[in-house]
Design a protein around this ligand. Structure first.
Ligand code: SF4
Length: 328
């Protein structure tokens, strides 16, 4: 029987899943994901995780517990770095996640927790991939190399689809061979919705923010729609680089939309108790005030976020931008 590995649908799922799915399937391992986030998954995570940690990590606990109990392994890599930029790493809670889970949850299938540091180059990456493959009895260098190439190709294709405007679920459907129509109404306003991918694209956690904005006739743009080389140009506007991978992407995307594309407004989505997000939020607030007075809305998500208050703020923000356009 084929080996089966579990992949929780949270955190890096929205960014790197195509790579790992391509890799595991090529070495003959079936990938099983947890279901899309639901109230039950979130409640379970909140109950099991330590109380003062950020909501996305609590949610990760819920997703781990939602995976089938008879898997060979759960894949829970320790993401250390991916970009070539010095000193840029992942948030400490990402780094500590395998330890947090081991210390808290005892009834899970075994965890596979390789250290992922793509900045160390292709040779080191292949060494890590060979170690992962050997866990499943795959020792041929060429099989691992083939899996690596396929994983890279899928990831590149996925990133391109996101840049073309597909949302992660839509892009994954396209990779799986399904047809997805992303024709959207033009929209009289353009709003940049920025935030960490696991907050923006989890439809339950984000209260389907992107879809709601579109239903108000708004064209929505997000950080994943900007190619990395374009994002990098915004580095010149910052006094220094930030330490965290996702924070850099968010702030650069917001600056790009603020200065290059001149959007009508910016919404920053941030999870409650997120240190890096709070830091970015303040920087964006100051930047939007200083340059051009672009309306800026900060939306904090937590496990208690209610639809009613959230929608009221969103609708008021959109109405205010339409009013602003009428009087200008
Ligand atoms: S970046 Fe923020 S939301 Fe993400 S894991 Fe770290 S503290 Fe949590």
């Amino acid at each position: 029987m084929a080996h089966r590995i579990g992949f929780p649908r949270c955190l890096y799922y929205y960014t790197y899943f195509p790579f790992w799915k391509g890799f595991f399937e090529t070495i003959g391992v079936e990938v099983v994901t947890s279901p899309p986030t639901s109230k039950e998954i979130l409640d379970r995570g909140v109950k099991e995780a330590i109380s003062d940690i950020c909501m996305p990590i609590k949610l990760a606990f819920g997703h781990l517990l939602a995976l089938p109990p008879d898997l060979d392994y759960i894949f829970l890599p320790r993401y250390v770095n991916v970009s070539k930029e010095d000193h840029v790493t992942f948030c400490p809670k990402f780094l500590a996640l395998p330890d947090l889970v081991r210390a808290t949850l005892s009834d899970l299938p075994p965890l596979l927790t390789p250290r992922i540091a793509f900045r160390e180059g292709r040779r080191a990456t292949l060494r890590t991939l060979r170690e992962i493959a050997s866990t499943f009895g795959v020792t041929s260098f060429w099989t691992v190399y083939r899996a690596y190439r396929r994983a890279l190709n899928l990831q590149r294709r996925y990133d391109q689809l996101l840049q073309q405007g597909y949302l992660p679920d839509e892009a994954m459907a396209v990779l799986a061979g399904r047809k997805v129509d992303i024709t959207r109404p033009e929209g009289d306003l353009t709003i940049a919705v920025v935030g960490f991918p696991y907050d923006l694209y989890d439809r339950f956690i984000s209260l389907d923010l992107i879809k709601k904005l579109r239903s108000y006739g708004v064209r929505v743009v997000t950080p994943e729609m900007i190619p990395p080389q374009v994002l990098k140009k915004q580095l010149a506007r910052l006094p220094k680089n930030l330490f965290w991978e996702f924070s850099n992407r968010v702030i650069r995307a917001a600056l790009h939309y603020l200065h290059e594309e001149k959007v009508d407004g910016i919404i920053h989505v941030i999870a409650f108790a997120c240190g890096p997000g709070t830091f970015v939020d303040k920087m964006l607030e100051l930047e939007t005030k200083e340059h051009g007075q672009v309306p800026f809305l900060s939306l904090t998500l937590d496990e208690h976020t209610g639809q009613a208050g959230f929608l009221t703020r969103l609708e008021a923000f959109v109405d205010m931008m339409r009013l602003r356009r009428m009087v200008s």
